[in-house]
Design a protein. Structure first.
Length: 478
C-alpha cells in the first residue's frame, strides 16, 4: 500500500514527486516507458514562458508566472541548464498593434514583470536579424530557455534520492476505487494506493474518464520542429515569437541552452496519441512561417527534425485538483504549453494539497540539492589534467560532435535512475545530439552500456521496448 502513486514520469509527475519527497510518505511513480521524460516533456520548445499569453485570472496564467519565478533558484538547487535570455513577440504590421497592446495589458494583469513594447528602432538594435517588416515587439526580460531533459531528470533524481520509488516499463490499464483509495492495474501487477495522481500527459483524459462521470477530452496537438547546428546558435539572442493565434504562439525562433537554434512548432491536431512522426508538409510550413519574422534564417544548417505532442484540453486550461466524483484521485490534466514553465509551481500546488490531505510530516532526511553529471569542459586546464590522471575514462572522447567522454557516459549510467538505453545516455549528457546525430558514437556507447549493465549488446535498445539496434548474430547472417 502506497500513500501516493503518480501516473506518468514527465516533467509534471516528476515535479510532484520531488515536492512530495519533502514529506514522510510512501510515494511511487509509475511510467510505461523505460525512463523519465519519454513523452511530451522530451519534445517541445524548451521555453520558459514569461506568462503574458494565458488568459488573465486562469490557473494557467497563475502557475506560469509562479513557475517562471521559481525556475532560476530551482536550476541552482538541482544543477540543470537554464538561462533568462528574454523573449520578443513581434508585430508585423501597424494593423496588428492593437493585438500587441492587448497582450501587453494581459501580461500586466498576470503579474509579468518589466514588460514593455519596443519601437522598430529598439527592436532592430536588440535583434539585427529581425525582419525589416517588423514594426514593434513586446519584450519580456523574464522569459527564458531551459533543457527539458535536464529539468525532468534532475527532479526525478532528487525525488528518488529522497525516497520516492520509480517503476518503469509499467503501463497502467485500469483503476478501481477501494475502501482506502485506489487499486491500479498494470502490466506488472496490481498496485494499491491511498491517493492517485494523474500526470499522464496526452493520456490524462483516458485515466480521468475511467473514474469520473464528468468527462474531459484531450486532443494530441502535434508540433514539428527543426534543430539547427551550433554554428547558428548566435543568430538570435532572444526567443522570437509571433503574435498568438488560435493554435498558440505561432512558430518561434530561439537559441537553446546548448548553443543550437530551434525553429517551431507547427500546431496540427491529430488522433494518434503516439503520432510523433514529422511530415514534409509540417516542416515546410514551419520554415515558411519562421522566415516571416527573421531574415536570412540559416535553415540549411538543420541537423535534425522532430515532433512532439501537446495535451490540448478542450477548455485550454490546466485541470489540477481532486476529481469532483472520484475522491482521492488528483488530476494534473491538460498540461500543455506553458506546462514546462509551470511545472515547478504545479509540483508545489499538488504537493501541498496531498500534504494537507494526508497530514504528512516533514522528511527529516530530505535534501533539496542535486549535482548533475560532471562536465569536464567546465574545468580549468589543471583540474582537467588531474581528473584524467585519476579517472582515465575522462580522457577518452566517445562523442566527437559534443565532446562527450567515456567518464561522463559512466556517470550517466551509474547515477540515480541511470541511463539504460542510447536515448537515456543522450538525454543526460548529449552524446549523439550533435551534427552527426549519433552516427559516430552509437556503436561505442552501445558497447559501454552493455558492459556496464552486464547485458548482451543485442539487449541494448535505442529507447526501450523493442527498439534494439542489433538483431541476430554474424552466424545467423552467414
Amino acid at each position: 500500500m502506497y500513500d501516493i502513486v503518480i501516473i506518468g514520469a514527465g516533467v509534471t509527475g516528476c515535479s510532484v514527486a520531488r515536492e512530495l519527497s519533502r514529506y514522510k510518505a510512501k510515494v511511487c511513480v509509475v511510467e510505461k516507458c523505460e525512463d523519465v521524460c519519454c513523452g511530451t516533456s522530451k519534445a517541445n520548445s524548451a521555453i520558459v514562458h514569461a506568462g503574458y499569453d494565458a488568459a488573465a485570472g486562469s490557473l494557467m496564467a497563475k502557475l506560469n508566472v509562479e513557475g517562471n519565478r521559481l525556475m532560476g533558484s530551482l536550476s541552482e538547487e538541482l544543477d540543470f541548464s537554464f538561462r533568462r535570455n528574454g523573449s520578443l513577440v513581434v508585430c508585423m504590421s501597424e494593423a496588428d498593434m492593437p493585438g500587441l497592446n492587448r497582450l501587453y495589458q494581459n501580461g500586466l494583469e498576470n503579474g509579468v514583470e518589466r514588460l514593455r513594447i519596443l519601437s522598430q528602432e529598439e527592436l532592430r538594435a536588440m535583434e539585427p536579424n529581425i525582419s525589416p517588416d517588423a514594426v514593434a515587439a513586446l519584450y519580456a526580460p523574464t522569459g527564458g530557455i531551459v533543457c527539458p531533459f535536464g529539468l525532468t531528470i534532475a527532479l526525478a533524481e532528487n525525488a528518488y534520492t529522497n525516497g520516492v520509488e520509480f517503476k518503469f516499463d509499467t503501463e497502467v490499464s485500469g483503476l478501481s476505487p477501494t475502501a482506502g483509495g485506489w487499486s491500479i492495474e498494470t502490466n506488472r501487477g496490481r498496485i494499491e494506493t491511498k491517493y492517485a495522481v494523474n500526470a499522464a500527459g496526452v493520456y490524462a483524459d483516458v485515466f480521468h474518464n475511467m473514474v469520473s462521470a464528468k468527462k474531459i477530452h484531450i486532443t494530441p496537438r502535434r508540433g514539428d520542429y527543426c534543430l539547427l547546428d551550433k554554428s547558428t546558435g548566435g543568430f538570435v539572442e532572444k526567443t522570437i515569437f509571433q503574435l498568438p493565434g488560435r493554435y498558440g504562439k505561432g512558430v518561434l525562433v530561439s537559441p537553446t541552452v546548448h548553443g543550437n537554434l530551434i525553429v517551431g512548432p507547427t500546431a496540427i491536431d491529430i488522433e494518434d496519441r503516439e503520432g510523433t512522426n514529422t511530415t514534409a508538409g509540417g516542416i515546410n510550413e514551419l520554415i515558411g512561417k519562421a522566415g516571416a519574422t527573421v531574415r536570412n534564417l540559416p535553415i540549411r544548417q538543420v541537423i535534425t527534425s522532430f515532433a512532439g505532442l501537446r495535451a490540448h484540453e478542450d477548455g485550454h486550461e490546466f485541470i489540477i485538483g481532486e476529481a469532483e466524483d472520484a475522491p482521492r484521485f488528483i488530476d494534473c490534466a491538460g498540461i500543455e504549453s506553458p506546462g514546462l514553465s509551470s511545472a515547478p509551481a504545479i509540483g508545489i500546488m499538488v504537493g501541498n494539497l496531498l500534504r494537507d490531505r494526508l497530514r504528512l510530516g516533514p522528511n527529516p532526511d530530505f535534501s533539496g540539492k542535486r549535482k548533475g553529471v560532471l562536465n569536464p569542459k567546465t574545468l580549468s586546464k589543471e583540474e582537467h589534467t588531474k581528473l584524467i590522471q585519476e579517472h582515465p575514462a575522462y580522457g577518452n572522447i566517445i562523442c566527437r560532435c559534443e565532446n562527450v567522454t567515456e567518464g561522463e557516459i559512466l556517470d550517466a549510467i551509474h547515477r540515480p535512475l541511470g541511463a539504460k538505453s542510447l536515448d537515456g545516455v543522450k538525454r543526460r549528457i548529449r552524446a549523439g545530439m550533435g551534427r552527426c546525430q549519433a552516427g559516430f558514437c552509437s556503436p561505442r556507447t552501445l558497447e559501454i552500456l552493455a558492459r556496464e549493465l552486464n547485458l548482451p549488446q543485442g539487449e541494448i535498445t535505442k529507447c526501450g521496448g523493442a527498439s534494439r539496434l542489433i538483431v541476430g548474430t554474424i552466424k545467423d547472417r552467414v
